[in-house]
Ligand binder design. Sequence first.
Ligand SMILES: [Zn+2]
Ligand SMILES: [Zn+2]
Length: 335
Amino acid sequence: MTEAETLEKKKQQHKSSNGDLPPEAARDDAFDNTYKEKDGPKPPRIIVWRNVILMTLLHIGALYGVYLIPSASAATLLWSVVCFVISGLGITAGAHRLWSHRSYKASLPLRIFLSVANSMAFQNDIFEWARDHRVHHKYSETDADPHNAVRGFFFAHIGWLLVRKHPDVIEKGRKLELKDLLNDKVVMFQRKYYKLSVLIMCFFIPTIVPWYLWGESLWVAYFLPGLLRYTLVLNASWLVNSAAHMWGNRPYDKHINPRENKFVTFSAIGEGFHNYHHTFPYDYATSEYGWKLNLTTCFIDLMCFLGLAKDCKRVPHELVLARIQRTGDGSHRSG
Ligand SMILES: [Zn+2]
Ligand SMILES: [Zn+2]
């Protein structure tokens, strides 16, 4: 038996199912194979009409934003991309890799930046996002998964936000400890002033900057870097829950649904290596391949270089290879 295999075997004794846990910690983001869905009929689906109406209006507004693209200045288009990247990082580097998975440590200034960027993305506050996301990893593809992809593409993508949560999602979410989040002053501050911060960061700043600095019309600025950019970030994030749980290879673990999806990786600035990510949720790069198609990993490495982040967790290469051998679907390009 090679050293890597011995290491892998040791890890096996500590982990619940596919989590490959670092043995020192029982983690809330590791898959829990002891949970069983309740027998009998499923609870009725209760539609939240307020959300249906708001999401419909938002997407109509975004389509109108597409129509306005030819009338926007080059600076406004560039600003829209900047806002897309900042709000994307607020989700990927912030709510996801830092606060949900604790895959690296961030200094106070970086945490403040990421929380502000997170408000620009307007996808529920960091506390709620991270809680839902840990429940997603712990109970993937079951009733307790907030965006259970077994319920189909539409549900995993946006439908889960348009109906009341399954009771098991609420029950399991309440059982998570979340002490790290409760003790993080930046997370709690953002939660306290969430609505105001969203108004300022998601709508006011994207609209006012192009108007004030280069004379763009408020109308175009509201619909392009505002609504269209917001809607694109939302859909890019949702694709991780929908497309990356349905289409693609499973080189690391063929027994789970999450997959490697290049299109999602590109649109969600590095979050589409989803078979890898669910197999090794504590890896800060969410991928075996470092910077490849992974703007978020580039950003975290830049922050480390500037001394604003540290302690990035990575899975040893031998462990990844051993896992590919043991549970992969054979699609891994070795070498
Ligand atoms: Zn997932
Ligand atoms: Zn995750």
